[in-house]
Design a protein around this ligand. Sequence first.
Ligand code: SF4
Ligand code: SF4
Length: 98
Amino acid sequence: MEKDELQLNEEALARRAKRKPAPKQNLLTVVLAYCKGCGLCVDVCPTGTLQLEDNHESKFGVSIRVDAPDYCIGCKMCEMRCPDFAIFANYDEKGEQK
Ligand code: SF4
Ligand code: SF4
């Protein structure tokens, strides 16, 4: 990964370190085929749930990982920020609410 991508990961981990796991479990659905690894969702997530990682199966070389699902508060900031409809909170990829 590039330096700025590693920096996004570090900042997300720092935010997570200030929080506790969410009181209720939330479902995150990631469609990796749509993810271009731009990191916008990692940057906007208030709880540091997401991380970027190398993905050699992606043509972009990087994609996201739900690194700490217990910390997700279901706020949908990631879903609203993603330009590629690659992540959903409390919905599955078919749009069914969970
Ligand atoms: S904002 Fe969307 S495309 Fe960008 S890294 Fe997150 S899931 Fe992938
Ligand atoms: S729903 Fe909110 S807390 Fe959960 S991963 Fe997305 S931005 Fe982070």
